[in-house]
Design a protein around this ligand. Structure first.
Ligand SMILES: *[C@@H]1O[C@H](CO)[C@@H](O)[C@H](O)[C@H]1NC(C)=O
Ligand SMILES: *[C@@H]1O[C@H](CO)[C@@H](O)[C@H](O)[C@H]1NC(C)=O
Ligand SMILES: *[C@@H]1O[C@H](CO)[C@@H](O)[C@H](O)[C@H]1NC(C)=O
Ligand SMILES: *[C@@H]1O[C@H](CO)[C@@H](O)[C@H](O)[C@H]1NC(C)=O
Ligand SMILES: *[C@@H]1O[C@H](CO)[C@@H](O)[C@H](O)[C@H]1NC(C)=O
Ligand SMILES: *[C@@H]1O[C@H](CO)[C@@H](O)[C@H](O)[C@H]1NC(C)=O
Ligand SMILES: *[C@@H]1O[C@H](CO)[C@@H](O)[C@H](O)[C@H]1NC(C)=O
Ligand SMILES: *[C@@H]1O[C@H](CO)[C@@H](O)[C@H](O)[C@H]1NC(C)=O
Length: 379
């Protein structure tokens, strides 16, 4: 079995290089047409047209060249597929990369801030599609600045505190529709920074604050966890980068699925091993049990109120809608008439809760501090 693989490999390599011959780069003289592909120099990634679900819709995308089934890591014309059988990817007179259909309509184009008319596009072995100025050699545009639903080892999410500029991941609408879906992963501007999954304008999940090497809000990331993720501020230009390290595998990717799950996949030689997943269980969802609610990771998942609290709306709670959370059963004595306050019986005390992970606050507080914090910020 093993020997067969060694013998077959050079043949496959020869076959694939001969098919992509002549497309080291896309220029105005050599556009990329439907059915043709552009390979990265080392053969890691490939750019070409694909049709999800065997539909008539043609999208320009990047995938892992050597792996089947094909895994798409980037799509150019997410919202506007080509629906006829003719299309050309070429460089326009103003230096933009443009996708033309059979009627020479521009289906998609990069907004390259340049008037250079001598440039070419090529695919790097990092999976980055770049437009390079022929004269200066500088990069005029790159797909790594315009990510889709996937982050690769050399790409990163970004947030610029000064300008508010951000680079995010946006899910596909469905597994067969690459148009922008409901979920976006982005760095939020808090200090320390956090990574949020948003569903529209509503938080869907969050990492918790970054604590040197890992996220404080992720139960999996305990003392022994060697996080592949990194969230590093770039003091000089005021940006924060979120990226990950590829360990012990030739290929890897981080993807936001159309259902809102963030998944890190590592290729193990035969398939994609799931290295990390968030949310890992229903209790990881943002405000799963509402304010002052406690989510219990039993099967099925259960919502409780913390001690001294009752569901805000028993009817909603019974219907399985816990979003309104819990409220105090009795007022704190400091909230009532202070002159009736006596020492001992009837005064407010802190209650210690064991085995809970804080989903509020800005650090992993002890339970006592958490209650005081929740009270103040009504989280
Ligand atoms: C994709 O194909 C499957 C099986 O043919 C079908 O059930 C599904 O509806 C298709 N999805 C879309 C978005 O067309
Ligand atoms: C560049 O040219 C293309 C096609 O001719 C056009 O769609 C695009 O808007 C132009 N870009 C700029 C920045 O002028
Ligand atoms: C694509 O480019 C080829 C080669 O330049 C040209 O012959 C063909 O007409 C182009 N097709 C479209 C749709 O632009
Ligand atoms: C942030 O990411 C960009 C683009 O991926 C990279 O050029 C830059 O060096 C990164 N900065 C830091 C501090 O990691
Ligand atoms: C930020 O800094 C990184 C490296 O420190 C650099 O590669 C990048 O181009 C800078 N970005 C901006 C917008 O200046
Ligand atoms: C690789 O991962 C896949 C998917 O998790 C699994 O089915 C397969 O057994 C793994 N192969 C090896 C060699 O570990
Ligand atoms: C749950 O209750 C909240 C108000 O407490 C309401 O806004 C929301 O629509 C309810 N959700 C469902 C699914 O009924
Ligand atoms: C607090 O209690 C005192 C004595 O019982 C009473 O005179 C006062 O009106 C009360 N104040 C409030 C705000 O209820």
């Amino acid at each position: 079995m093993r020997e067969m693989g060694i013998v077959l490999f050079p043949c496959l390599l020869l076959l694939s290089t001969s098919l992509t011959k002549g497309y080291a780069a896309i220029t105005r003289a050599s556009p990329l047409s439907l059915g043709q592909t552009l390979s990265s120099p080392g053969g890691t990634y490939e750019l070409g047209f694909f049709s999800p679900n065997n539909s008539q819709n043609q999208y320009l995308g990047i995938w892992f060249k050597k792996l089947t089934p094909r895994v798409i890591v980037w799509v150019a014309n997410r919202e506007k597929p080509v629906t006829n059988l003719v299309a050309n990817l070429t460089i326009s007179i103003n230096g933009s990369l443009i996708l033309l259909d059979s009627s020479q309509n521009v289906v998609w184009s990069t907004r390259t801030p340049s008037t250079s008319n001598k440039c070419h596009a090529k695919l790097l072995d990092t999976g980055n599609l770049v437009i390079v100025d022929d004269v200066s050699g500088s990069i005029l545009w790159q797909s790594f600045d315009n990510l889709g639903d996937t982050m690769l080892p050399q790409s990163s999410l970004m947030y610029n505190r000064a300008t508010g500029e951000k680079r995010v991941l946006t899910s596909w609408k469905s597994t067969s529709d690459p148009s922008p879906g409901d979920f976006v992963i982005q760095i939020m501007q808090q200090v320390p920074p956090q990574v949020f999954t948003m569903r529209g304008s509503t938080p869907y999940g969050r990492s918790g604050p970054w604590a040197k090497t890992k996220f404080a809000g992720v139960p999996l990331m305990d003392e022994s966890y060697a996080s592949p993720f990194s969230l590093s501020p770039d003091v000089e230009n005021g940006t924060i980068n979120f990226s990950y390290l590829q360990r012990n595998s030739e290929f890897s990717r981080v993807v936001i699925t159309s259902e809102g799950s963030t998944k890190l996949f590592q290729y193990n030689g035969t398939g994609w091993r799931l290295g990390y997943e968030s949310p890992g269980n229903p209790c990881d969802l943002y405000s799963a049990c509402g304010p002052f609610g406690v989510c219990v990771t039993s099967n099925p998942t259960k919502c409780n109120c913390i001690k001294g609290f009752v569901p805000k709306s028993m009817e909603e709670w019974k219907r399985g809608n816990m979003t309104s959370g819990c409220v105090r059963r009795t007022k704190l004595s400091c909230q009532t008439n202070s002159s009736t306050k006596i020492q001992g019986k009837g005064t407010d005390v802190f209650y210690r809760m064991a085995n809970v992970a804080s989903r509020c606050g800005s650090a992993d507080f002890s339970a006592e501090v958490q209650l005081a914090y929740c009270e103040r910020y009504n989280c």
